[in-house]
Ligand binder design. Structure first.
Ligand code: FEO
Length: 181
């Protein structure tokens, strides 16, 4: 049995994951505006992953007989000082999401809600990966420093990232829709 308190907390997490998607979409747009196509692709792939994170919780709320309540999504920043600044913000955000997931797990444990606890385990593991991937890029950016050529190469390297979800807008809506809309 999922409590009303847990239902509310899960709905709040849907909103946070939707904000994450919105934030990374904004970072993708910023990278596009700077001419970093590869970095823009990386963030657009991240956008899709966040949509999946949101949708998994959305579906779980429905499966356990509770109600999805969508809230206002906060406006993300649209301007960053540099590529480094963008990834630093991304890491900070992922750390915040990790804390939020940990709080949800704590709530599930305190309420003896084993089903939700098991459901949330996937997110605990996923957050390790989320922080790791951003950290990895940040380390490379630190090594690159002001080297424009190296940044160009990194832009190319991380632009190879692809999406594994059913609907892929990372290469444009027309190319990414599987099954049409
Ligand atoms: Fe949904 Fe990037 O955490």
């Amino acid at each position: 049995m999922v409590s009303a308190k847990m239902e509310e907390a899960l709905n709040a997490q849907v909103n946070k994951e939707m904000y994450s998607a919105y934030l990374y979409m904004s970072m993708s747009a910023f990278a596009e505006s700077m001419g970093y196509k590869g970095i823009a692709t990386w963030f657009m792939v991240q956008y899709h992953e966040e949509m999946v994170h949101a949708m998994k919780i959305y579906e779980y709320i429905i499966r356990v007989g509770k109600k999805v309540v969508l809230n206002t999504i906060e406006q993300p920043p649209s301007q960053f000082d540099s590529v480094q600044d963008m990834f630093r913000n991304a890491l900070k955000h992922e750390q915040y999401i990790t804390e939020s997931i940990n709080n949800l797990v704590d709530l599930a444990i305190s309420e003896k809600d084993h089903a939700t606890k098991i459901f949330l385990d996937w997110y605990v593991t996923e957050q390790v990966e989320e922080e790791e991937s951003v950290n990895d890029i940040l380390q490379k950016l630190d090594l690159i420093g002001e080297n424009g050529n190296a940044l160009y190469m990194l832009n190319k390297e991380i632009g190879a990232r692809t999406v594994n979800v059913a609907l892929d807008y990372s290469r444009g809506v027309e190319n990414g829709s599987q099954g049409g809309a």
